[in-house]
Design a protein around this ligand. Structure first.
Ligand code: PLP
Length: 343
């Protein structure tokens, strides 16, 4: 494995980070006259904790990862972008990713002027460690894996993922945005063994908090320290930190929602298999599934007309004529099935 200081961009390795008032003095005091804040309009007058310490302690408890090994960002999208800004030199380095997958890995590569090398999954939407590793060269700094994968829904084979992490001498990012819905165990459990592994998760899906924008990255402390050096000083606002703490204190709600959504998923998928306009329903480990239809564009347009929006994935590789369907409430799911039965 290349050392972290070989993998990190030289300008980031040598960067002296911005030092904010709230990071220079962190103790308790009566009078704070150090940050040019307005003393009125509490609590919104004060800058929030730049390292979100209280919230990280709560997340540490529920995820079983030390607070020092947690990065929090403005959605997981911030962590995705930070991987490029910390590890890849624009115009020189490249990254490898499974294909099809979540679109942000490529968008962030393009924004950062980094070559993006997609490696096609097989016909069961599974990855091959060998194929991913064969796509790498000396300038490959990161490999992107999404499990359960968006838009295919399935979890990636665990042994193949471990083989990638073991054999690649750069960073491997495993995006587990849908982990709370998955039967397969999180790769978070493997972090201790692998200093080149970054596991992503988010409050946007199972936690029902897409609006507050909160994403998580779990990794060795050295990696988290690099992210913290590069991120905006106050990247997670006070309202988000407060709401996330409240959500964690109601963790039972999340378990209830997940259970309900998994039950509904079974019902909707079964209904799809019985529709004349549906040719195949693919196995899923997430709160959505992929279905191959007779004519995805026509069915998508028909549903829009009925006031029901699903995601048309027909133009994505391996997903010709596929729709991606998110599981909603019982009423929403019933409306979808009823509309499709009228076709
Ligand atoms: C929805 C999703 C996310 C969430 O991104 P946020 O910025 O945290 O809302 C991340 N990765 C994948 C694969 C997703 O599908």
């Amino acid at each position: 494995m290349r050392s972290l200081s070989e993998l990190v961009r030289p300008n980031i390795r040598d960067l002296a980070p911005y030092s904010s008032a709230r990071s220079e003095f962190t103790g308790g005091a009566e009078v704070f006259l150090d940050a040019n804040e307005n003393p009125y309009n509490q609590p919104f007058n004060r800058y929030p904790d730049p390292l979100q310490r209280e919230l990280k302690n709560d997340i540490s408890r529920i995820k079983g990862i030390p607070a020092k090994c947690i990065f929090l960002g403005n959605g997981s999208d911030e962590a995705i972008d930070l991987v490029y800004r910390c590890f890849t030199r624009p115009g020189i380095d490249n990254v490898v990713a499974i294909e099809p997958t979540y679109g942000m890995y490529k968008v962030c590569a393009d924004i950062n002027d980094v070559e993006y090398r997609p490696v096609l999954l097989d016909e069961h939407f599974q990855l091959s460690a060998e194929k991913l590793l064969n796509a790498c060269d000396k300038n490959t700094k990161a490999i992107w894996i999404c499990s359960p994968n968006n838009p295919t829904g399935n979890s990636m084979n665990r042994d193949e993922m471990i083989a990638v992490v073991e054999q690649f001498d750069g960073m491997v990012i495993i995006d587990e945005a849908y982990e709370d819905f998955a039967y397969q165990e999180s790769m978070r459990k493997e972090l201790l063994q692998f200093p080149n592994l970054i596991v992503l998760n988010t409050f946007s899906k199972a936690w029902g908090c897409a609006a507050i924008r909160l994403g998580m990255a779990f990794a060795h402390r050295e990696v988290i320290d690099i992210f913290n050096k590069v991120k905006y000083p106050y990247n997670v606002n006070l309202l988000t930190q407060q709401h996330a703490k409240e959500a964690i204190s109601n963790v039972y709600d999340v378990e209830k929602w997940v259970k309900l959504l998994l039950q509904e998923r079974t019902v909707v998928m079964k209904a799809f298999t019985e529709l004349p306009c549906c040719k195949e329903v693919y196995p899923t480990d997430a709160n959505f599934f992929l279905a191959r239809m007779t004519d995805a564009q026509a069915i998508y347009d028909y549903l829009v007309n009925e006031g029901i929006i699903v995601r048309n994935r027909t133009r994505i590789q391996l997903c010709q004529n596929c729709l991606r369907v998110t599981i909603g409430t019982k009423n929403e799911n019933t409306a979808l099935i009823a509309a499709l039965r009228k076709l």
